[in-house]
Design a protein around this ligand. Sequence first.
Ligand code: SF4
Length: 257
Amino acid sequence: MTTKVNKQRIYQIFKTLQGEGAYIGLPVLLIRFASCNLRCRFCDSYENWSNPGKDFSPEELINYILTNYIVESVQNVSYKLNDYLLMFTGGEPLMTEDRQAFIVEVSKLWNEYSGKDFVIIETNGTNPIIDDFVYCSNIKFHFSISPKEMRYQHKYVDTYPKLVDQLNNMNVNNISFSLKFVYESSQCQEFILTLAEKVRNRTVGIFVGIFVMPEGATKEKQLNNSYETLLFCTKHNLIFSPRLHILQDFKEKEFIR
Ligand code: SF4
């Protein structure tokens, strides 16, 4: 049984290069949902918490993309619109089941327009995914899971990434996942290593890797934190990832009002 699709609130769409993690450098059409189930202290898109933006059905969203000028956040990049992969990001894309069903429907429509059969979903991993992703076997979904520690939250909420457990035991060809962490001090090491241990022993499905990025909302801070992050990665066989959008100062973003 497929899940009912309702309109969803979107507050940002722009063309960019993926700035971090497993698919760094790929041209992506970034679609940012409004609202998130967490309240992380370091959230770089906290405006989403107040639910800004406009409601779209899947068809309305694709129509908006095809008929509006969508701002490119990187200067002098000349990809055609249909070169871009869809990437859904937070506000939390997997927050509700109907939001998940919406992602599947938009992915199908984008596949019909562009021929692209790969979609990236950035998530905090607190919610498991619905079966609609598995049934949509002509599209490959990559879940880039960025688990959040409880100590970063303003109040007590369950931040345990249940999606890691679910995908860790799922053996299907059209779903892959990776883990992505921000390294801000030695305090976060235990959290990262505990989850890394969990996925390293897996025997089924497609797992891409564990990426660790230096904390820093500015170029200077990120470069300052890079060396310690790199040492941690090499010691524990993890993959270092820069945050290209900060190092290169990707700027323009289109807000939906
Ligand atoms: S999970 Fe992501 S979008 Fe949600 S509050 Fe935390 S950093 Fe922000």
